[in-house]
Design a protein. Structure first.
Length: 279
């Protein structure tokens, strides 16, 4: 049951390669400008393969002007050797499914998830209701040859036979913004804001959109204790996972941003025996 360490950049790659892990993936779901350049990615992925680990590339959700660049990058890197390519938008997935070599494993990323069910009559409602992946949803993506899914630890996944589920430990992505709150906070414009993504911003929601009426309203006082503390990296907001990473899943993904080097070493050391006990 593999342990995959996720890095947004190769800055901590030397540290991570010294850990008892099975895979390293580089990238994130949210922003094209944070993705390292092709040469940097090629060198890093080669180091991961040389270490005997599964090498992964995580492509962010592609807006129209960046879609071709990202797809070309992924195809070029896939020609270098075995590659796990996590895709976070349907257009990129369709493009790679048609052109990527057989050694390129395509994975449904965290941003390609179904919406959470919502009943407007429910009060109060927790803002991080578990995502539900049903057979019909996964069957649609299976038509592209995909059989691997990334999900948060609490997601309910009704996966057909032959699917692999890789669970994100410790944290849950809540939302991605097209207009980046981190760039605005630091008064920077892309791509000059890329370095600011490594500085997290903490926040707690005080207002919400009432979609049925198209306006913003204060969160009722009775609901405010239910609002989770959020951590924002770049254009992505994360909450603490509502369920711990479970060793019964086939793969576990640990996002290194949420752990100092000593914490990351301790976390992987904890996961390894837990996973082995469920083999």
């Amino acid at each position: 049951m593999p342990v995959d360490i996720r890095l947004t950049t190769p800055a901590r790659l030397t540290e991570v390669l010294a850990l008892d892990i099975d895979a390293v993936s580089i990238g994130q779901e949210g922003c094209h400008h944070k993705l390292p350049d092709t040469d940097t990615l090629r060198h890093s992925l080669d180091r991961i393969r040389t270490a005997g680990l599964r090498a992964g590339l995580v492509l962010p959700t592609a807006w129209q002007r960046h879609a071709g660049i990202q797809a070309d990058t992924a195809l070029a890197l896939a020609e270098d050797g075995p590659l796990t390519c996590t895709v976070n938008d349907l257009g990129t997935l369709a493009h790679l499914a048609d052109r990527a070599p057989a050694t390129c494993e395509l994975v449904l990323g965290l941003a390609l998830r179904p919406g959470r069910a919502h009943d407007a009559a429910e009060e109060p409602r927790h803002p991080a209701e578990p995502t539900a992946y049903d057979d019909a949803f996964l069957t649609e993506y299976a038509a592209f040859g995909v059989r691997v899914l990334e999900a948060d630890s609490a997601a309910a996944v009704d996966a057909p036979a032959g699917w692999t589920v890789r669970r994100l430990a410790d944290i849950t992505p809540v939302a991605w913004a097209r207009a980046c709150p981190t760039a605005r906070h630091h008064h920077l414009a892309p791509p000059n804001c890329a370095s600011a993504c490594d500085s997290p911003i903490g926040l707690t929601a005080t207002h919400r959109w009432q979609l049925g009426h198209g306006h913003r309203e204060p969160i009722p006082v009775a609901d405010r204790p239910h609002q989770p503390h959020l951590i924002v990296y770049g254009n992505t907001a994360y909450a603490q996972a509502t369920a711990p990473a479970t060793p019964t899943t086939s793969d576990v993904i640990v996002d290194a941003r949420f752990h100092t080097p000593p914490e990351l070493a301790a976390r992987t050391a904890t996961l390894r025996p837990a996973l082995a006990a469920h083999l």
